[in-house]
Design a protein around this ligand. Sequence first.
Ligand code: NDP
Length: 337
Amino acid sequence: NRQVLLNSRPHGAPTPSNFRLENSELPTPADGQVLLRTVYLSLDPYMRGRMSDAPSYAPPVEVGEVMVGGAVCRVEQSRDPNYAEGDWVLANTGWQDYAVSDGKGLIPLGQQLDHPSRSLGVLGMPGFTAYMGLLDIGQPQPGETVVVAAATGAVGSVVGQLAKLKGCRVIGVAGGAKKCKAAVETFGFDECLDHHATDFAQQLTDACSEGIDVYFESVGGKVFDAVLPLLNVKARIPVCGLIAHYNDTHLPAGPDRLPLLMQTFLVRRIKAQGFIIFDDYGPHYGEFLAEMTPWVAEGKVKFIEDVVDGLEHAPDALIGLLEGKNFGKLVVRVGED
Ligand code: NDP
């Protein structure tokens, strides 16, 4: 049973030496347990947070422990009457080939699953994040301008498409020409701007001639700096993530801009709300799936997956995710369907 362990805690950007690949014995399920075989492992930005022991909303992975993560798995052996061999399940098994589960937290996905990796992306945690964050916190109204950071990513691509379905004008922000093209041509954004451009702030100002009503925040940094002066009165900011800062080791240098931020919030009466998807919206998961599944089946909501082959490549792929190297929802194919 191959496992990727946290070898040491990163200082700044993670490096390959922060991970260690090991082989352990295949676990045996006891009565009431199942043995799960990982087929697809999800790689997500929150994993950077779990590698640190700084206080957060969830406990860190301890050094020497298996890296955490969600996965679509097949039941290999079952000693639990609720599961049969061959069943598909969504489970938090982490970065390993096999894991034993007592059934807690497992989400059954049936015996037949045509597109297993979708349950980690558009029909899984990131899609759910986009759906609740935009609709519940963002409250987009027809004709409003919505700006979406990390626009071609697992969350951002869904946010943009839902905002279009709600009749908004949608401006994406992404890294590089290929991603910007996909945002417009595949996901139907009205425009998408490259945050690497030296005149990015000016481009955003030009694209948002009527200001910004909803900013879906996943990034922070210079993207937020460019957004702040453009926010309209009563703008909403679902604060979903701050990926540009996940590798920071100290606060940025320069003048204290907090008074400017707070003054903008006060004068323009802005609502910014953070959320942690399953903690805040867990009971709504079924409602999300009921609405999103047909949208995906009918092609109303499209998605791009970035599939990396082999568990041994998971560390490099996560390091790349934090540098914008992924194109679409990042998953690792760990084993055969
Ligand atoms: P993505 O698939 O969007 O991948 C991450 C993307 O972030 C990269 O491709 C890159 O896109 C962008 N990025 C990385 N570093 C930087 C940087 N320094 N500056 C600007 N952009 C950067 O990931 P997800 O869709 O899975 O997650 C998106 C965000 O949502 C993350 O912040 C994540 O933490 C958050 N999230 C929050 C949840 C919650 O419950 N609050 C749940 C799920 C996700 P590009 O090249 O286009 O810049």
